[in-house]
Design a protein around this ligand. Structure first.
Ligand code: C2O
Ligand code: CU
Length: 449
């Protein structure tokens, strides 16, 4: 364990500067339990009241669970909330029974004392996360989410490995959470976009760095609806993985993350001691804001030149055979300014998949896939809105490039193709990860078997 958690040092670089010192808190040992309860947290910080939240083990985000590739995860969940729940392990290729979808893969974990143990192997390294999977966005919007990190067997050298769990909240002046989680106006437009953004459960002002350090920065978008477009002023972080899956390292001028999506960056701190640099979220152009400042300490630089950013090894994901793949088309429709389902028949449902809104408990199978076959799904977005479309239990390739992931962000009036081998038997969700859209029709079930 100690060995696993030991800070991994950069190998001596060209300038021959001494190696990094272990000056930051080590990641916590992975807890074996997650206990859900209502708690309070200082989201907004100094001088503001605490906010009532729901949390895992008393904090938002929940504990950072860290494992190493090839290990077996075992987590006992105990639910002390007044509502039922489940835990979904987003992005992982796991057995269907461990996927945490109530009524599909397991009965919900009962309110006030229900328990369930999740146990499965971790074949893929990467940045993942966990959250409840009930149709209503309430549980995630109250703070139930956490990062799940699967470290590579040979992680790339970095002075620090840091996770930023991004989320947003709709708060009033007393820092009380707006409890209208199913507002039809939000659900039929771009979802509930909160007025307060937090990083790791608090409104951040600055993030302290040292000149010359290399930080592996893992970003997780745990917001129910907000899309982020982050730019690191004065820096050129290298994108090394997206949705947990390695990419050829390349500088990312802007990192765009839809709900549910993750990015791994190597952030080389190349600026001067004592300097400050903004990290700006400009996804919604008219509402760009400063997320936080990178604040350089006054210490002398740790090193003056950086070795090249190494590429991560691919995960053992089967490559789909594109030539023989079965092609299917899935059309996402509805929403404001679109062909919404008739409210007389489908009250409160605003979105459709292949023409039909799917209610949370419908569990109708949209497509049957043959175990072991390759598929290309053409995802067509006929709506005027963004949709991060997520498939459970599989990792897909986004065509025509060679980027892999579990969520693809569809722009308004656009289409995308994803290809994968249907090699994981079971009933898997395919849905929009804007949770207000998912709850109002934009989801489906795909059966592999
Ligand atoms: Cu992040 Cu269906 O979930
Ligand atoms: Cu959507």
């Amino acid at each position: 364990m100690i060995d696993r958690l030991r800070r991994r040092l950069l190998t001596a670089c060209a300038a021959g500067v001494a190696l990094a010192q272990a000056r930051f808190a080590l990641p916590q040992q992975a807890p074996k339990r997650l206990r859900l309860a209502a708690t309070r947290q200082a989201l907004v910080g100094t001088g503001n009241p605490d906010t009532d939240v729901w949390s895992y083990n008393g904090t938002v985000p929940g504990p950072e669970l860290r494992f190493r590739q090839g290990e077996r995860l075992r987590v006992e969940v105990q639910n002390s909330l007044p509502v039922e729940t489940t835990v979904h392990w987003h992005g992982l290729r796991l057995p269907n029974a461990m996927d945490g979808v109530p009524g599909v893969t397991q009965p919900p974990i009962a309110a006030k004392g229900g328990r369930f143990t999740y146990e499965f192997d971790l074949p893929d390294a990467g940045t993942y996360w966990y959250h409840p999977h009930l149709g209503n966005p309430e549980q995630v919007s109250r703070g139930l989410y956490g990062a799940l990190i699967v470290e590579e067997r040979e992680p790339p050298a970095a002075d620090r490995d840091v996770v930023w769990v991004l989320s947003d909240w709709e708060l009033d002046r007393e820092a009380r959470l707006d409890e209208e989680f199913a507002n039809p106006m939000a659900a039929s437009h771009d979802g509930r976009i909160g007025n307060t953004v937090t990083v790791n459960g608090a409104v951040p002002e600055s993030f302290a760095v040292r000149a010359g350090e290399r930080i592996r920065l893992r970003l997780v978008n745990a917001s129910s609806a907000r899309i982020y477009g982050l730019a690191f002023e004065g820096h050129a972080p290298a994108l090394i993985a997206f949705d947990g899956q390695p990419v050829a390292p390349h500088p990312a001028a802007r990192v765009v993350l839809g709900p549910g999506m993750r990015a791994d960056l190597m952030l080389d701190c190349t600026a001067q001691p004592g300097s400050r640099h903004r990290v700006v979220d400009g996804f919604y152009r008219r509402n760009a804001y400063e997320l936080l400042k990178l604040q350089y300490r006054d210490e002398a630089p740790l090193r003056r030149s950086f070795p090249p950013v190494p590429a991560l090894g691919m995960n053992p994901v089967a490559r789909p055979e594109l030539a023989n793949a079965v092609r299917q088309r899935i059309v996402f429709g509805g929403g404001a300014m679109g062909a919404m389902p008739r409210q007389a028949e489908h009250k409160g449902m605003f979105w459709t998949v292949n023409g039909k809104p799917v209610a949370e408990h419908a569990h109708e199978v949209l497509m049957n896939l043959k175990l072991g076959s390759s598929y290309v799904l053409e995802l067509v977005n006929e709506t005027s809105w963004y949709h991060p479309i997520h498939l459970h239990g599989h990792v897909f390739r986004i065509l025509p490039g060679d980027r892999w992931g579990d969520t693809v962000l569809l722009e308004p009036k656009s289409r995308a193709e994803i290809a994968f081998v249907a090699d994981n038997p079971g009933d898997w969700m395919l849905h929009c990860h804007i949770l207000e859209h998912q709850a109002t029709g934009m989801m489906a079930l795909v059966r592999v078997g």
